[in-house]
Design a protein around this ligand. Sequence first.
Ligand code: GDP
Length: 308
Amino acid sequence: MSRDLVVALSGGIGGAKLALGLSHVLAPENLVIIANTGDDFEHLGLSISPDIDTLTYTLAGLDNTTLGWGRRDETWSFMETLATIGGPTWFRLGDRDLALHVERTRRLRAGETLSAITDDVARHWGIGPRILPMSNDPVRTRVRAETGWLDFQDYFVGQQCRPVIDAIAFHGAEAATPHPDALAALASPRLKAVVICPSNPFISVEPILAVPGMRDAIAHCGVPVIAVSPIIGGKAVKGPTAKMMAELGLEVSAAGVAARYGALLTHYMLDHADAGAVVPQRTSVAQTLMTTLEDKIALAKAVLAVIG
Ligand code: GDP
């Protein structure tokens, strides 16, 4: 049996960029994306899965490239009307985006699993690779600030990551069952490599690793495990990765991310800007800033070239 299966671990925006690149280079049956669900939450009575949604919109070509998040061709009548009756507007839900959350919530309440719903949406929108929630059980990321523990979306969107944090927890992770298809992919004789996308290590990748069995399955998969640095030249491209590293007492650099993943990785992909970094894994250098589709495809090819 040939080794042709790549498993990618992804959060939302940074991860989805490389996942899109990989989807252009690999046959659909040869790519499984394990998505973080630690950002999931319930809002206005709806079940929202931000990272699954970002991956779904990106791989379906429906992502909003103007805003950098959410759906393409979005309109905001719902939000504007909600504001006129004093409803909560801190988390913005566009009209088209709303359809996905309403339908997901309806089906979850009817007893369906998050993964079955995610699969169905992907099929309707012509997505080839499998997008798998890390677990069908709820896991909720929380961060500890000076004022106490905060729900993730309160911190991330509500307070725009302003609070200084000193700890992160994944509520429910210990009791969560990893998605069986994720473990099966990681144990498959077809497995060629595991790619940790350039996602936030603390709030996008570590929730996946916190689901029992997931970290062990990757550590013992017996094939290359490569991460692409989300830090370029000492800065995050977007979001709070660098701020979190500083607050958690880590070196804010590509090498700091490599140290955090440690022995889980066999390989590490750095940007040219960090070419001199000393890391314990086998290191390769590429342009890792993905602005255009061509950048995403080129980085996916570079990653696949490294892992042979
Ligand atoms: P989120 O769940 O939406 O926050 O998305 P992720 O965790 O998947 O991505 C956030 C991380 O992606 C941040 O640390 C960014 O620095 C990183 N990132 C975003 N765009 C790029 C890019 O083009 N190249 C690289 N190397 N990292 C990126």
